[in-house]
Ligand binder design. Structure first.
Ligand SMILES: *Cc1c(COP(=O)(O)O)cnc(C)c1O
Length: 364
């Protein structure tokens, strides 16, 4: 009996070949690599939340309908009247559910997204047994519509994922380009608009689910300030949502998440104010970065900034030595050579990053 043989016998070849999703240890670092909101809830709200959590019923399964949480999400987060939401254990799970719902053994499905894009689209497609088609963005990170429409006609993707704004580039795609993709997909395919950064972009396709039956609008509370509770939600035509619901594990959102989300949504103004100050810092940080010699800054509508430096590996190593964690994207895609992504944080943490970067640029 050898464990290597066991693995070779039972584990899928593509899973064996895959790398793990690596998350670096951040203890002792200023953490600017994961688009988290740096602000915690005010102390008095945390106190009150503590009481609510103490009252949570932990010995029972969650109420399967999630009716109260869904009502809160619909009322507080701008879901159009008459539309329901489906909840996920983070939007990562919703991405997985969408890809699983379209892929099957007898009918091989394709999943398409512009690249560079959020890595979970390709990963989820692969593990669901679907083909992933990546269509290169133009050099300015806008959609290459000629290539997109040609790839849609050729591959007939069951799903097109569009992050709006896009991660890791930070820009919003043009509304008319997204409309053209919705029309090109028509009754042959879904378009998932992933609005993870909507709290910062303040732009949305949410109301347009009324107009496009193939549109799914997906969001998360992670980037807004609740990454730890793992809650995503999505809206679409009721008939379509009903199909995805069959694939969702019945108790995928736990009771503690439910209680915490219901409580914080009652105080959504606190998170909105935090997002507004992050947006203001984004503008300051972008301007200061753009003034540095050799640094190219890309416009962002999200809570992170993409920049290009002369030598990303050297810069990231120096910034790391200064105990600031950022993300080197150089290896993610050829278009991102020497690009790094930094989360916009508090004025103090942003300044610490700026100082570390300035020092790194002069030493490099
Ligand atoms: C961060 C991110 C997500 C994941 O959100 P979770 O709800 O935390 O799983 C989804 N889509 C994009 C584009 C993201 O950047």
């Amino acid at each position: 009996m050898s464990i290597d043989n066991l693995i070779a016998n039972v584990i899928r070849a593509d899973v064996r070949a895959a790398g793990a999703y690596v998350v670096p240890d951040a203890s002792g670092f200023i953490k600017l690599d994961a688009m988290e909101n740096p602000y915690e809830l005010p102390a008095e709200l945390r106190q009150e939340l503590g009481q609510r959590l103490a009252d949570a019923v932990l010995n029972r399964y969650p109420v399967a309908s999630y009716a109260t949480l869904k009502e809160k999400v619909k009322n507080k987060l701008g879901i159009p009247a008459g539309f329901d939401v489906m909840l996920g254990n983070g939007s990562d799970e919703l991405i997985q559910i969408v890809t699983t719902t379209v892929a099957s053994q007898e009918r091989r499905a394709s999943v398409l997204a512009p690249v560079p894009a959020f890595v979970m689209y390709a990963r989820s497609a692969q593990f669901a047994g679907a083909d992933f088609v990546g269509v290169k963005l133009k050099a300015d990170f806008t959609l290459d519509m000629e290539a997109m429409l040609a790839a849609i006609a050729l591959h007939r993707p069951a799903v097109v994922f569009l992050a709006y704004p896009n991660n890791p580039t930070g820009n919003l795609f043009a509304v008319e380009d997204i409309e053209a993709i919705l029309h090109a997909q028509g009754e042959h395919g879904i378009v998932v608009l992933d609005e993870a950064y909507q709290p910062f972009a303040r732009e949305t396709f949410m109301d347009r689910v009324k107009e496009f039956e193939n549109l799914v609008v997906m969001r998360t509370v992670s980037k807004l300030g609740l990454a730890g509770i793992r809650l995503g939600y999505m809206t679409a035509a009721p008939e379509l949502l009903a199909e995805f619901e069959k694939v969702r594990p019945p108790y995928n959102v736990n009771v503690l998440t439910q209680v915490a989300a219901e409580f914080v949504l009652e105080h959504i103004d606190v998170l909105d104010a935090q997002a507004a100050s992050i947006n203001a810092e984004r503008e300051r940080l972008s301007a200061e970065l753009a003034a540095l010699p050799g640094v190219e800054v890309f416009a962002s509508s999200a809570n992170f900034i993409l920049l290009r430096v002369p030598d990303a590996a050297a810069v990231c190593a120096k910034v790391y030595d200064a105990r600031v964690l950022i993300k080197n994207l150089s290896k993610m895609h050829g278009m991102l050579a020497n690009c790094i992504r930094v989360t916009v944080s508090t004025p103090e943490e942003n300044s610490a990053f700026l100082n570390a970067l300035k020092a790194a640029l002069t030493q490099a």
